[in-house]
Design a protein around this ligand. Structure first.
Ligand code: PGA
Length: 232
């Protein structure tokens, strides 16, 4: 699966429609800003729609927030939760993300939950703690985990394939200490993914997909990226 995380882009609805057109392939999930969700969904023939965030309550006096219910009703199937930009800029803690995951699952949205070390030092310790708090009491078979080391996000410095494979194995070993079966765990990679490295994360590191930021805004490289994955 290829998740296109548009973040706070583009500036106009017209451009969002152009982006929808070049992104519209089977296996792609487009995650636009909230106001574009319905517009984009309306023109898609192959791709699916997700959101970039949601709150943990269904309704009520929570000015500025959007619930999983609302996202469902406008056609979203997925929601990205705990992205490092939310954790960093908006102080979202793993405990808060954990509550949002449970809320999304109650409404049958599939959470795409981001984890990944903030600093290169003691990466394993950071990932361990994040996993413990973020996935506490969460049924892993119903979620997608996105491993996104912060050094690789938006920097052009993608995580070396060997290191990504190591981290993926570490994450699945840690999560599967209990009795969940390995095949039920879905882990994707994110961080400076482009058309020349995307398939390596699937083919050589064993990830189940990619989460793509910057390249999803590029009308030349994004179609190449999705083609490279779909054809391999
Ligand atoms: P990037 O962003 O592809 O620009 O590194 C990925 C992400 O933040 O999900």
């Amino acid at each position: 699966m290829i998740f296109a995380n548009w973040k706070l882009n583009p500036k106009t609805k017209e451009r969002a429609l152009e982006m929808a057109e070049y992104s519209d392939s089977v296996g792609v999930v487009i995650c636009p800003p909230f106001p574009y969700i319905e517009t984009v969904r309306g023109v898609l023939k192959n791709a699916e729609i997700g959101a970039q965030n949601c709150y943990l309550k269904n309704n009520g006096a929570y000015t500025g927030e959007v619930s999983a219910d609302i996202l469902k009703s406008v056609g979203c199937k997925y929601v990205i939760l705990g992205h490092s930009e939310r954790r960093g800029f908006f102080n979202e803690t793993s405990k808060f993300v954990n509550e949002k995951i449970k809320h999304a699952l109650e409404q049958n949205l599939i959470p795409v939950v981001c984890i990944g070390e903030k600093e290169k030092d003691n990466a394993i310790g950071q990932i361990k703690l994040q996993i413990k708090e973020t996935f506490n009491d969460v049924p892993l078979e119903n979620i997608i985990i996105a491993y996104e080391p912060v050094f690789a996000i938006g920097t052009g410095e993608n995580c070396p394939i060997d290191l990504a494979r190591e981290r993926k194995n570490f994450i699945s070993d840690l999560l599967l200490e209990g009795n969940q079966s390995k095949s039920s765990l879905k882990i994707i990679y994110g961080g400076s993914v482009n058309s020349s490295n995307a398939f390596l994360y699937l083919k050589e590191a064993g990830f189940d997909g990619v989460l793509v930021g910057t390249t999803s805004l590029d009308g030349d490289d994004f179609p190449k990226l999705s083609k490279s994955i779909i054809e391999k």
